[in-house]
Write a protein that binds this ligand. Structure first.
Ligand code: PLP
Length: 394
């Protein structure tokens, strides 16, 4: 079936499925490292690109291809490449699109390792970077240099929940001859489509909403042109951070219910965020769906819903955070997010612990900041769990 013209939910369920001789309703796991050629000529034709077909699983595999085609359609992109992890996707993007002497401007509150990889490792290959609060476009404009080749935006960002105007960021990047890459992990393609807003490349940690069941680590990159897609894929093939077919099967399985999961979790999150905002132990709540969020109007324009990620600061700071996390029972005390289960974490001591405290505070990741990934459990149970744990916090 041609799913290109179909709706989002139809694409989720049907896009990319490989037909086989048995009429399999889903693409099976092609658990094979390599694919035999009929004869030498066919081998030569496949390597030369004269014939479509598989060669070797690091280069391509039908189970992985099914997932890639599905996500490419969800993001309205030209093509997608799946990786072993979200960081595999980030590193492939950096290595494919940057050269020595290039400069990058990025969101200051990006996922910690995305910044660490750039500042600690890409710098060794003479790539320079500047981290600014990209929710204020003036900061982005000021940070652009003649050598800027990439603008890398995470929106909403992890964990500060700051929102960047994708359309405006694309205009600024393109006017300077740079590409715009958007990490769309927090929103998922159900709520935000960066390529439609002018981005050139979009990436995900599929570990999160796309897979949605906390049982797989993975990443994916979607490009808006054939040239960029080929460039990214060529890098991945050499880098070897490819997704495994079993992993791809699991992700495809989880992906089918993305819209249902995201909508249910979002409904819960909207109520939980409002409830937290009134709680006496809480200094402030940062949720894209509350009018108190600094980019509430922008988020309403560029996202079709606020999602299910909430950040909040306890009045009692770090110690209060520790007490809260030691006393929740339903919410899992774990990093990661976007699964069916509610998870709670403390970025300053976990995901962003590797960041200098000064940079962390500048990026809005305060000592007492708590990140909540609201799941699809019963709303009353989520609130009751937080209520009894917050009662111990003073
Ligand atoms: N991007 C964002 C926004 C993330 O939250 C994460 C992980 O938490 C990553 C990238 C990296 O993904 P992975 O852990 O799958 O390597």
């Amino acid at each position: 079936m041609d799913t290109q013209t179909k709706g989002f939910n139809t694409k989720l369920v049907h896009a990319g499925i490989r037909e086989d001789a048995h009429g399999s309703v889903v693409t099976p796991i092609y658990q094979t490292s390599t694919f035999a050629f009929r004869n030498a000529q066919q081998g030569a034709d496949r390597f030369a690109g004269r014939e479509d077909g598989y060669i070797y699983t690091r280069i391509g595999n039908p189970t992985t291809a099914a997932l890639e085609e599905n996500v490419a359609q969800l993001e309205n992109g030209f093509g997608a490449t799946a990786m072993a992890s979200g960081m595999g996707a980030v590193s492939t993007v950096y290595l494919a699109l940057l050269n020595a002497g290039d400069h990058v401007v990025s969101t200051d509150s990006v996922y910690g390792p995305s910044r660490g990889l750039m500042e600690k490792h890409m710098s060794r290959f003479k790539v320079e970077s500047t981290y600014v609060d990209t929710s204020d476009l003036e900061n982005l404009r000021r940070a652009m240099r003649p050598a800027t080749k990439l603008v890398y935006v995470e929106t909403p960002s992890n964990p500060a929940m700051s929102v960047t105007d994708i359309r405006a960021a694309a205009e600024i990047a393109h006017a300077a001859g740079a590409l715009l890459v958007v990490d769309n992990t927090f929103a998922s393609p159900h709520l935000q489509k960066p390529l439609d807003l002018g981005a050139d490349v979009v990436l995900h940690s599929v570990t999160k909403f796309i897979n949605g069941h906390a049982d797989i680590v993975g990443g994916i990159v979607v490009a808006n042109t054939e040239a960029l897609h080929k460039q990214l894929r060529a890098m991945l093939v050499n880098l070897g951070a490819n997704m495994d077919p079993h992993q791809a099967y699991m992700v495809s399985r989880g992906l089918k219910t993305l819209a249902l999961r995201v909508e249910r979790a979002q409904e819960n999150a909207q109520v939980v965020a409002g409830w937290l905002a009134k709680h006496p132990a809480i200094a402030w709540v940062r949720y894209v769906g509350l009018p108190s969020h600094p980019q509430f109007e922008l988020a309403r324009r560029q996202m079709s819903g606020p999602g299910s990620m909430i950040a909040f600061e306890l009045k009692g700071g770090t110690e209060a955070g520790r007490v809260l996390m030691d006393n929740v029972h339903l919410a899992g005390l774990a990093v990661s997010l976007g699964g069916v289960e509610t998870l709670i974490s403390h970025p300053a001591s976990m995901t962003h612990a590797g960041m200098a405290r000064e940079d962390r505070l500048e990026a809005g990741i305060t000592d007492g900041l708590v990140r909540l990934s609201v799941g699809i459990e019963d709303l009353e149970d989520i609130i009751q769990d937080l209520e009894q744990a917050l009662a111990r916090v003073h």
